[in-house]
Design a protein around this ligand. Structure first.
Ligand SMILES: Cc1cc2nc3c(=O)[nH]c(=O)nc-3n(C[C@H](O)[C@H](O)[C@H](O)COP(=O)(O)OP(=O)(O)OC[C@H]3O[C@@H](n4cnc5c(N)ncnc54)[C@H](O)[C@@H]3O)c2cc1C
Length: 386
């Protein structure tokens, strides 16, 4: 079988790229190990989606099909330092109607999947796993474990942070494990969250409460491995008490409404995200600490930019040419590196135990809160508009 673009990995990044290529002359194949399934109740994996990515999801025809009752706008953010400092941003002060939206991962994945299933220029291979890549000057041939062979002009690795495509193609990745887990769980709260996303920089990591529709929040607690293991082992009522307490009981008592889960965290840099006839997108191309909430936001922008370049490419120019793919790499490098660097530095600043640093960083937060230019820079970081 012969295609123009073969995408390995139908996570949010791979699915959004496939959707963005819907109204093109390109013949696409999507290879995915397992199809996404809806989660009963509230998915503990939620994402803060930036306005730029809400627009992208709108453009590819997905946003309007999402259940509006489950999309929660973020009107403001409160960031608490470890020494009493506080930094606040609001959509109103920044001249925006929302700073972003909180959406469940499975909600977006299922909707993207439904779109892709109906796409007439797309062949869906699922469940399917690749076993070999053969590169030649004119094409790439991807062999699946069931023996099927897919020939293509361009192979996309959208297969997540342990990307098989990246490894098999020999593209290097530089990993910096944080020795931390991101623990996630959802809670019902006693007091209304008023659409405010809250974050606490604490001695034991970074705790975020993201507003969910209704009186619910989603927690992401990035904390050292041992602390995460201890939290994961706590009975429900003890966990609720500890989470409420860690957030200064700002929303009153909490009641757990989803299973807790924990993910290992690492910074991953990929010096080269393209090769002849091959490009990486999403977590296959970069890993970032979740304190910024920008992982999938970077992935959606990879998909948007790559789809734009492929669509604009004249028919007589090869879409697998290294020249075109280098343009994609250049277009994505600055935002990715800046976001990784800023997030990594912020995390380090709050993890350092040097004497005198704690008061200094808290004074820094208070000063930033009072200086509009600095604050504006941070709002741009928070909404992914560097
Ligand atoms: C605790 C935590 C909280 C986070 N919070 C946020 C947040 O608030 N905002 C945000 O933007 N990001 C957040 N992220 C990051 C976000 O989860 C990732 O950036 C995002 O899921 C990456 O999507 P992806 O499609 O690139 O990869 P994945 O979601 O990993 O998808 C990869 C897909 O490829 C498939 N696959 C893998 N290998 C193969 C193979 N060999 N053959 C076939 N199929 C294969 C998999 O089945 C999967 O469907 C968070 C991450 C963590 C750990």
């Amino acid at each position: 079988m012969s295609f123009d673009v073969v995408i390995v990995g139908g996570g949010l990044a791979g699915l959004s790229l496939a959707c963005a290529l819907r109204d093109t002359r390109l013949r696409i194949a999507l290879v995915e190990g397992r199809m996404p399934t809806p989660v009963a109740g509230w998915d503990a994996r939620v994402y803060a989606i930036t306005p730029a990515n809400a627009d992208f999801l709108q453009q590819i025809g997905v946003w309007k099909h999402l259940d509006a009752e489950r999309i929660s706008p973020i009107y403001a953010m409160e960031i608490h330092g470890d020494g009493g400092a506080q930094l606040d941003f609001s959509a109103y002060e920044s001249g925006m109607s929302e700073l972003g939206w909180i959406l469940e991962s499975s909600l977006m994945a299922v909707e993207l999947w439904e779109n892709v299933k109906r796409q007439s220029n797309l062949g869906l291979f699922c469940p399917a796993v690749p076993s070999a890549i053969e590169m030649s000057e004119k094409a790439v041939v991807l062999t699946l474990t069931d023996g099927q062979k897919l020939a293509t002009k361009l192979l996309i690795g959208a297969d997540g942070r342990d990307s098989w495509v990246r490894e098999t193609a020999g593209l290097k990745s530089i990993d910096t494990p944080y020795g931390e887990m991101g623990m996630v769980a959802n809670f019902e709260c006693e007091r209304p969250h008023r659409g405010i996303a809250r974050q606490w920089f604490r001695d034991d990591g970074v705790l975020a409460w993201l507003p969910l529709a209704g009186n619910r929040i989603s927690m992401v607690w990035s904390t050292p491995d041992a602390d995460a293991a201890e939290l994961m082992a706590e009975p429900e009522e003890v966990l609720c008490f500890r989470v409420a307490n860690a957030g200064a009981n700002i929303l009153g008592k909490l009641k757990q409404i989803s299973q807790a889960a924990a993910f290992p965290l690492r910074l991953m840099r990929v010096p080269s995200t393209v090769a002849p006839r091959l490009a990486l997108i999403g977590d296959a191309a970069h890993g970032i600490h979740p304190l910024s909430g920008h992982g999938i936001n970077l992935g959606f922008q990879d998909a948007r930019v790559l789809a734009g370049l492929l669509t604009a490419n004249p028919e007589w120019l090869d879409i697998g040419s290294e020249r075109l793919l280098r343009r994609y790499q250049r277009a994505r490098r600055e935002e990715t590196v800046l976001m990784q660097y800023t997030t990594h530095t912020l995390r380090r600043l709050f993890r350092e135990r040097l004497p005198g640093l704690k008061p200094l960083r808290n004074v820094g937060m208070n000063v930033t809160n009072a200086v509009p230019v600095l604050k504006n820079m941070l709002v741009r970081y928070a909404v992914g508009a560097f």
